[in-house]
Design a binder for this molecule. Structure first.
Ligand code: 13P
Ligand code: SF4
Length: 306
């Protein structure tokens, strides 16, 4: 934890009481701080979190993640109060595509089908045909017939899906600033120290990283792989927050973060104090304008239906 045990326990108690009072559920992504993961009702990857957000009976959803995740919850559940404890927690990759740019592209390539990574704004989703996450990108692309498919905004995930399927996709030049910090030299240096370790990476990594990986998958995919592998050691190429669950799920195995720089500053903005204050004040709230919400929800639901 980044706070003392005593402080953790007192904040966790406060949060628990407020949660009951508010009939709230706390959802957290695997990249969140360990103490946030430990007070959450559900910790998951982007797909699992959007499924949870769609299914919950709670009146309030506290989303410990980044803005597009809370926005997805808000567009799936318009009657619920969706709280993002730190409103400035955005995703730089999601900001790499805007609706004007996307509309201009669609004008240039009439009939193009747009697959939109969930790491995107509701406005961009509203202008797309179907969503995907890193755990189902291959399946989503596979579900589409036709030649002209544009994948936005993550070039790396799009390239990965295209390669698996042996299909050509039009790729938007977006990327995750955190995963892009990881280089092949980083992997080679850790590999030298731990030659028996398997290299497991997220598809948001650069191509040169994916080429040397033993397994590529979403955060939930990586945890699952480590759990089921006979190997005892892993070099992990994704955001540092995942180590908390990896250690919990496989306490006897060893995990080495491929680079110290694999920290997403936005994911780390959420703190227990902010979660408590969010429950107390029911703010900051994330809402989506109704006409955009309806269209974006349809794009997301096409994915959830697969
Ligand atoms: P997943 O949890 O779907 O692997 O997403 C990774 C990510 O970068 C979320 O911002
Ligand atoms: Fe966005 Fe990358 Fe951070 Fe995920 S890890 S929120 S993709 S910047």
């Amino acid at each position: 934890y980044s706070i003392s045990r005593d402080l953790f326990e007192s904040l966790a108690r406060e949060i628990e009481e407020l949660k009951k009072e508010r009939n709230a559920v706390i959802l957290a992504h695997y990249y969140q701080r360990p103490e946030i993961q430990d007070i959450a009702d559900f910790v998951g990857d982007s797909l699992q979190l959007s499924q949870q957000a769609a299914d919950t009976d709670a009146e309030v959803i506290v989303f410990c993640g980044v803005h597009f995740m809370a926005e997805s919850a808000a567009l799936l559940s318009p009657d619920k109060v969706v709280i993002l404890p730190e409103l400035n927690a955005g995703c730089p990759m999601a900001d790499m595509v805007d609706v004007e740019g996307l509309r201009a592209y669609k004008k240039r390539v009439p009939g193009v089908q747009v697959v939109c990574y969930v790491n995107s704004s509701a406005e961009v989703k509203a202008e797309s045909d179907i969503c995907c996450t890193s755990s189902n990108a291959v399946k989503v692309v596979q579900s589409l017939a036709g030649e002209d498919i544009l994948f936005i905004p993550d070039e790396n995930l799009g390239r990965y899906a295209a390669k698996i399927l042996g299909r050509s996709l039009q790729l938007w030049p977006g990327y995750c600033k955190t995963h892009h910090r990881l280089t092949k030299d980083d992997i080679e240096a850790v590999k030298k120290e731990h030659p028996l370790a398997e290299v497991i990476v997220h598809p948001e990594c650069r191509e040169e990283i994916c080429q040397v990986a033993d397994y590529i998958g979403s955060t939930a995919g990586l945890i699952n792989y480590a759990k089921n592998s006979e190997n005892q050691e892993f070099i992990v190429g994704t955001e540092s927050g995942i180590l908390h669950q990896l250690h919990k799920v496989c306490p006897e195995k060893k995990f080495y973060l491929a680079s110290e720089r694999l920290v997403c500053p936005n994911m780390k903005m959420t703190t227990l104090e902010k979660v408590r204050d969010g429950l107390k004040t029911l703010s900051p709230r994330v809402t989506v304008e109704e006409d955009i919400r309806v269209k974006a929800k349809a794009t997301l639901e096409r994915m959830l239906a697969l």
